[in-house]
Write a protein that binds this ligand. Structure first.
Ligand code: GLA
Length: 394
């Protein structure tokens, strides 16, 4: 992996070439991997993600006018993109810059108006579209750049909420709070147990004796994940509304125990929606059980629950698909794999596996070879380091 000082040196050079040499501030915003608790956030349940050392760097200089010019070294073909710092609306032409633009817009709407623009150079070490939250990474990054430059005095949770709002209202993806929260609030060597109903959270130290978190990327070309995602959300909301008819005090699927769900499930008229809701309820309770196991040093149980999470996402929630199922099934066959499941929204993207250190090389080789034979192209692997959330470097 590239070192931070080397990355920043390369960026300084590029910044000077694009915008002219100036004093800059430097920031980093991580990506995230969710260990367990999938499609539970917008159902008022728990998630257990961590921020990772792959993410997005930015160099920033103030401009005197109201314009921002932004350039990504990863998307050089898009060139320098310009936008005004007020009155923004979604503009397809501006491509990836809609993420930072969305954050500028929700800040303005919340009364945090920028009084000037910036020159910004961005460089990402996260593979785009891999489901490791490159979009949340750049959203929270933008929020911190604004908060820092204008002294708005927002705390990180407020910035996280505004970043999610930008994704929901400006970009149009109806995501939950997990990604922005994990990116903004991440802490080195810890996962975050977050209750998405109340936003109460705590850090849980991840000390895997002799094992590592391995991320496997399906490298599946971008799919129509966001429309299928919104459909799952709507199905759960409809199921919840039917449950409320028999249990009016219910606010979220995440409030139900498995037993309570089994008793009430008949109130959900559509079998498919009953299935979706069952995943949301069982996955939430599984997440709490998994965190308890991990904190009691029962990594084996944690791994087993990861596998069960995948079955449920495959069978009840139907968000895995051939590529993710292939990666998980191959992983389960390898000695030294403690657990493996899809992570993130699904439909493509990545799996997360706990792998004993001595088995990592064999894991990459065997899974890589068999996956390539079956799917027709190769996966990629990253050993994840759990990192701090979005911060200023200098
Ligand atoms: C995406 C969304 C999150 C969450 C996950 C599924 O990553 O952005 O809010 O719903 O999918 O757990």
């Amino acid at each position: 992996m590239e070192k931070e000082n080397e990355i920043l040196a390369k960026m300084e050079e590029e910044f000077a070439a694009k915008f002219g040499a100036q004093e800059t501030r430097a920031y980093f915003s991580p990506g995230r991997v969710n260990l367990i608790g999938e499609h539970t956030d917008y159902n008022g349940g728990h998630v257990f993600p961590c921020a990772i050392s792959l993410g997005t760097y930015a160099l920033v200089a103030d401009r005197a006018d109201n314009k921002t010019r932004i350039y990504s070294m990863n998307l050089a073909d898009k060139g320098v993109i310009e936008f005004a710092m007020s009155g923004l609306s979604y503009d397809k032409e501006k491509n990836w810059a809609n993420y930072p633009m969305g954050v500028v817009k929700v800040f303005e709407d919340a009364g945090h108006k920028a009084s000037h623009g910036f020159d910004i150079l961005v460089y990402g070490t996260l593979p785009n579209g891999s489901g490791l939250s490159s979009s949340a990474s750049i959203e929270v990054l933008t929020a911190l750049i604004l908060n820092d430059a204008f002294g708005f005095g927002l705390d990180m949770v407020e910035m996280v909420k505004l970043s999610q709002k930008a994704e929901n209202t400006f970009v149009g993806v109806n995501c939950g709070i997990m990604d922005q929260f994990a990116v903004g609030m991440g802490k080195k060597d810890c996962a975050i147990l977050l209750d998405c109903n109340t936003l109460s959270y705590r850090y849980s130290k991840i000390a895997l004796e002799g094992a590592s978190i391995v991320i496997s990327n399906t490298n599946k070309p971008h799919s129509l994940a966001s429309s299928a995602y919104n459909v799952r959300r709507a199905q759960c909301e409809h199921a919840l509304n039917e449950l409320k008819e028999v249990k009016p005090e219910l606010n979220a699927l995440g409030e139900l125990s498995n037993e309570a769900f089994n008793q009430l499930a008949g109130a959900i008229s559509e079998p498919l929606e009953r299935q979706r809701a069952r995943h949301a309820v069982l996955e939430n309770n599984r997440t709490l059980e998994a965190v308890e196991a991990l904190e009691a040093d029962d990594v084996v149980k944690f791994g087993k629950l990861m596998n069960e999470s995948h079955y449920s996402l495959r069978d009840d929630y139907d968000v895995t698909g051939k590529e993710l199922d292939t990666l998980a099934e191959l992983a389960w066959q390898i000695d030294g794999v403690i657990g493996s499941r899809m992570t993130g929204a699904g439909f493509g993207g990545c799996t997360v596996s706990l792998v004993k250190n001595e088995a990592i090389e064999a894991f990459k080789e065997k899974v890589g070879k068999a996956y390539t034979e079956k799917i027709g192209y190769a996966p990629s692997f990253y050993v994840a380091n759990i990192a701090d959330g979005t911060h200023r470097i200098k």
